[in-house]
Design a protein around this ligand. Structure first.
Ligand SMILES: [Ca+2]
Ligand SMILES: [Ca+2]
Length: 134
């Protein structure tokens, strides 16, 4: 597994103890999660846990607005990781001032231009960011 990790990190961007890929293929949130897992068995949509990691992801995506691994299950925001069920409740969050959590907006994206997060329809097509931890 460590060798696989190194292989991914040859082409992805290393930050701290993770590697990241900004994938510009527009995909639904669910498809994006699957596409991340196809890159590497331990890869998943990015899980942003600190302000430092948030700053890094924002810089990685420029002015884009890609999906992050946060979705709304029963009105609780959960980081999903394909391998951990049911996922991890979000502690660090960075919602924008126009944050909307209506019943149809159950997936989250990051606004690269201001580092803040907003919600959207999970079936919308957006770019996305994958992460694999070392
Ligand atoms: Ca992370
Ligand atoms: Ca919601």
């Amino acid at each position: 597994m460590y060798i696989l990790f190194l292989k991914v990190c040859d082409t992805w961007t290393v930050h701290g103890s993770s590697c990241y890929l900004f994938d510009t293929r527009s995909s639904t949130w669910y498809d994006a999660a699957q596409l991340c897992a196809l890159y590497h068995p331990k890869a998943h949509l990015v899980i942003i846990e600190t302000e430092s990691e948030n700053d890094f992801v924002a810089s990685l995506v420029g002015s884009s607005t890609p999906w992050i691994g946060l979705s709304d299950e029963d009105d609780q925001w959960i980081w999903s990781n394909q391998r951990v069920s049911p996922g991890t409740p979000a502690t660090f969050v960075n919602w924008d001032s126009d944050y909307s959590n209506n019943i149809n907006r159950n997936c989250a994206y990051i606004r690269g231009y201001n580092k803040k997060w907003q919600t959207y329809w999970c079936n919308d097509n957006e770019m996305f960011v994958c992460e694999v931890e070392q």
